[in-house]
Design a protein around this ligand. Structure first.
Ligand SMILES: Cc1ncc(COP(=O)(O)O)c(C=O)c1O
Length: 696
């Protein structure tokens, strides 16, 4: 069975690399401070600062429950200036935490591994060994010395590592990345050629710590490279862009600098003790650096896995599909557009479809085709993306808004009925299938048709969704036109793109023409004189007979969407599974309320939204989202109600009579939902949200 390691500081420069390199060797339990990195096999726990202050018994009990074999402490407050300025704030991480852990480990017979530093000396003698006398140079060094002393006194089985390392963790506090960022931004940077150290690549540091743990060594070990280099020379080997290095690096001397915090100028440690016991050789610094550079991109990627609210899924068949278009000879106005239109018609069970450049374009053309203009209006819901109503503004028409149903988050038939009694000059009703749910479509259809109104469904989210009767959204069973989006976060990703569907031939013909400048190429041209020779239409002749737009889709987009369509049922199934797991996990919580959960089997499940009682958890939504980001979870708000937008406010819109929307908006948050989200990744998201909403 794998040994259990409880790690403090897992998201730091060494902690993250330690877990990465040994993820298959141990069972990891990672303490979460403010940031969190996703590791597929790890478990997470959250100790609070209070847990460490007084109640040692409580803490001991908590750690006993976890029952780790090893506790690794890589947590520290390492910014020298910060420690100098606020010693009372850095003392917790640098002294109190390690001391307490050492004590608990002694009492519970857990192996304690503590990461110290090379910043422990006043003397500038090179290659100091483990018994060289330590002396405070600044607050940081004094705190690290204190921690070492405490640990040694309390726990003679503890392992203390003195080191200086370079690791895969792209933040500015690491010299490696700091220099690269300066060079990238063509900014000058000073590097000292009289400030020495013995840095080791985290891969070898981790390997050696693992070796020491396995062989159960105690006491202090210097774990560093064989070579002593200046900061300048180290970076010179490391930076690939030699010319930029020459241009932007300024060689300077620490002795001439006016750094805020005093430093010892030779941090180099002797690794003789460790070399004697190791059963492998520490590679030369230059080969370590080479290896670091080779691994860097991939490891940084592994360490920054994040979870957006939505993401497209592209496989090799999609890549081939696009390649096929690129090789076909026509990038636009070719056969792939027609192929897509046919396939969509077959899938949805509808007579006609018109591929367009976006759903926004599709909505605009639909409103034009249904004669929306300055004298009439569309009516839609405020809980939508701007496109739904902007497309009406494009037609010089002022859209109207009717409140949503709190249950479906889409159009509410009863409220619509009331709105239509009050509103004049409505020409088109536009239900938005929010999140992929087309609830109440039949009722909305009947209410609208009884008044002789047309219906355009904003089905941007709803590819693959069904009505209560089982027919697919897009079959136009309850509408004149349906409009879908192929924006990448949607069910099918086309890059950009949209499609309109209809069973009405006349509308179809108008839309085909409007999509391409209002041009007709068929035989129904008006200008017989120029269009015809001997009563036969001229092969070169094209005729614009109304003002149209350039809203065509390219074959490249169509090719990709055709390929995505082949997987649509897989996409829908996985989304459905994920939503049901979320529903189960968030059911009956005090601070989280489920929405749309009664309708998962009808919906295409484009979004997973929860309502959070931010007041009750004493945090505003923005700070909550920021906390989620520190866990690499990227949430979003769908939507800022359209009438609240600055532009709309200036047009005179307000949220009067839109209370359901307002109430929903104040609490909503969309959390990750996409085909490639793995179930154990989803668990990470769920646990993080439960933790931050105080549900665990
Ligand atoms: C409800 C709704 N309608 C319309 C659109 C516009 O889609 P597109 O980006 O394809 O123009 C979006 C896009 O997010 C949307 O969410």
């Amino acid at each position: 069975m794998k040994k259990k390691i409880l790690v403090f500081g897992h998201s730091g420069n060494l902690g993250s690399n330690f877990v990465h390199f040994l993820k298959d060797s141990y069972k990891f339990i990672l303490n979460v401070h403010e940031t969190k990195i996703y590791f597929s096999n790890a478990e997470y726990i959250k100790f609070k600062k209070n847990d460490f202050s007084n109640k040692l018994d409580y803490l001991k009990k908590k750690i006993k429950e976890i029952s780790p074999d090893i506790i690794l402490n890589t947590a520290a407050s390492v910014n020298l200036d910060f420690c100098e300025k606020y010693p009372e704030r850095s003392v917790f991480a640098n002294v109190i935490l390690p001391t307490r852990l050492a004590l608990i480990c002694r009492d519970l017979k857990i192996k304690f591994v503590h990461i110290s530093t090379d910043h422990l000396y006043k003397s500038i003698r090179p290659f100091k060994n483990e018994s060289f006398s330590v002396k405070k140079v600044n607050n940081y060094s004094s705190q690290k010395i204190k921690a070492e002393k405490n640990i040694k006194k309390i726990n003679n089985k503890a392992l203390i590592i003195r080191t200086n390392f370079f690791s895969h963790k792209n933040n500015s506090d690491q010299l490696v990345y700091k220099v690269q960022n300066f060079l990238k931004n063509k900014k000058k940077i000073n590097l000292f050629n009289d400030y020495f150290f013995t840095p080791i690549y985290s891969k070898y540091l981790v390997k050696i710590i693992n070796f020491l743990i396995k062989k159960n060594f105690n006491g202090i070990f210097n774990v560093v490279s064989n070579e002593r280099v200046s900061k300048y020379d180290f970076c010179k080997i490391l930076v690939k862009e030699k010319q930029a290095f020459k241009d932007f690096v300024v060689v300077s001397k620490i002795k001439d600098s006016n750094l805020h915090t005093k430093r010892c100028t030779d941090l180099s440690l002797s690794n003789t003790k460790i070399r004697k016991i190791l059963n492998f050789k520490i590679p030369t610094l230059s080969s370590q650096i080479k290896e670091f550079i080779t691994n860097d991109k991939k490891i940084l990627k592994d360490l920054s896995v994040n979870f957006p609210y939505g993401r497209h899924s592209i496989n090799s068949k999609d890549l081939n599909a696009v390649k096929k278009v690129l090789k076909s000879g026509s990038l636009t106005q070719g056969k792939f557009i027609e192929d897509l239109e046919n396939e969509v018609c077959n899938y949805l069970g509808v007579k006609y479809s018109i591929a367009v450049s976006s759903a926004t374009a599709g909505l605009h053309l639909s409103y034009i085709a249904l004669n929306i203009n300055k004298n009439n209006k569309i009516i839609t819901t405020p809980n939508t993306f701007l496109s739904t109503s902007n497309a009406a503004l494009f037609c010089n028409s002022k859209p109207s808004f009717t409140d949503i149903s709190s249950e479906t988050l889409g159009m509410c038939p009863e409220i619509l009925d009331q709105s239509l009694k009050k509103e004049k000059n409505i020409g088109v009703v536009v239900p938005v299938h929010f999140g992929g749910l087309a609830a109440n479509s039949k009722k909305i259809f009947n209410i609208s048709k009884n008044r002789g109104l047309n219906i355009v469904e904003d089905a941007a989210h709803a590819f693959g969704a069904k009505y209560e009767c089982g027919a697919k959204v897009g079959s136009c069973k309850y509408s004149d036109l349906s409009v879908f989006s192929f924006h990448p976060v949607k069910i099918l990703a086309g890059g950009e793109g949209g499609i309109i569907t209809t069973n009405n031939k006349k509308l179809y013909e108008i839309l085909i023409s409007l999509r391409s400048h209002g041009i007709r190429k068929d035989d129904q041209v008006k200008n017989i004189k120029t269009g015809y020779t001997n009563k036969v239409k001229n092969i070169w002749y094209y005729e614009m007979n109304k003002l149209g737009y350039h809203y065509r889709q390219t074959d490249i987009h169509s090719g990709l969407i055709i390929s995505q369509l082949k997987r649509v049922n897989q996409f829908l199934k996985k989304r459905n599974q994920l939503t049901k797991i979320y529903d189960q996990e968030f059911f009956n919580k005090i601070n989280i309320k489920l929405v749309q959960n009664q309708f998962r089997d009808l919906s295409s499940n484009h979004l997973y939204v929860i309502k959070i009682d931010f007041k009750n958890i004493h945090i505003n939504r923005n700070d909550f989202m920021k906390k989620l980001r520190k866990y690499n979870i990227i949430s979003q708000v769908h939507y800022i109600p359209v009438p609240m937008q600055y532009f709309y406010k200036k047009l005179g819109y307000s949220m009067k009579y839109l209370n359901n929307t307002k109430d929903y908006y104040n609490q909503c948050l969309s959390i990750p939902l996409y085909f490639d989200l793995k179930f154990n990744e989803q668990k990470y998201v769920i646990d993080s949200i439960k933790e931050l909403t105080k549900e665990i």
